[in-house]
Design a protein around this ligand. Sequence first.
Ligand code: PMP
Length: 389
Amino acid sequence: MKDRTLLMIPGPIEFEPDVLQALGAPTTSHVSPDFIEAFGQALERMREVFCAPGAQPFVLAGSGTLAMDSAGANLIEPGDKALVLSTGVFGDRFEDLLTRYGAEVTVLRFPLGETVDFDTVKAELEKTSYKVVTATHVDTSTAVRVDSRIFGDLGRQFAVLTILDGVCSVAGEELLQEEWGIDVVLTASQKAIGVPPGLALLMVSSNAMQAWNARTVPVGNYYADWSKWLPVMEAYEARRPSYFGTPAVNLVCALNISLGQILDEGMSARVLRHRAMGDACRAAFAAIGLDTVPMAAGYSANTLSAPRYPNGVAGVDLLPKIRAAGVILAGGLHPAIQSEYFRIGHMGATRPGDLLAAIAAIETGLHRCGYEFELGSGVSRAQRVLAAD
Ligand code: PMP
């Protein structure tokens, strides 16, 4: 039997063959005409994927944390007040990060498995004047989604710069950056964007670029300083070569291909496909009798799921059995409940058949752990959801 496993962790994910082929292609000069065209096109396509035609795209070699770091370094000056809305581990990361750049950080940490309560946020914004507020669209440690439309609205209402971590949402969940008035949306290549790890992507509104321009203190990070990268991004988009640090040539070419595929699918169709996969997972867990970390379907992510282990089943037993059934899933990440749940990534190139294979593997693993349920009931419910779409 062919040894083939399906990688369905919440990033990196399975990638499209054409994207992988771009990585294996002979590396070209970063100032060759072909590369200039690919980079320029990728920057233009980012505007469409983020639904932010007027924002400034940045593509840096690095992971999603660099994208977060770059937003923090460029928008925070020592003494600025920042409000962090945390729904998990990645929300918490902003506290540490913004503090490094001298921000006075207040964290509103929402109960585990619950989403942001915007009444609480509004009350805080009425009480204190902040320069920046951060949120995590989908926190990958909890699979909780935050209503980013309200986030943007509140930012505009209180004239606070909004930074949205979209690492686990961009190109999977609905996100209309410009219409919703979000100042910075950042992500990484290895999730729903569909490119192996190594690129940090940001889209920065003109409002945030103005705030950055008005800084009085130099950016406290050399590599991530937008003054180094803005001329480079502008040049490539105008189809001119430029240099500050060598771009990740093959990854940028792969990014351009993936963004092209995303736009060919269409943003609305893509969001609906992810929603169907999220719904199918939720239906399957209900059939099998698994609870999930998110407390309500209305704010459960569509890009990943976080089911809890049923009573009597331990992750150290279950995950290897799922792996033996052909699917690689991830364990828990949130330190408070790490051993109580696991995570399934269903984004980007994930197809309905992959999802059904993953649910079947979970059922096989649970069955082999001695958990009692009707084998096949999860697959059947998920298939009904996917077939109805
Ligand atoms: N934010 C979120 C929501 C994430 O899921 C991740 C990675 N899992 C990060 C930030 C950090 O990205 P990276 O691991 O690429 O540095």
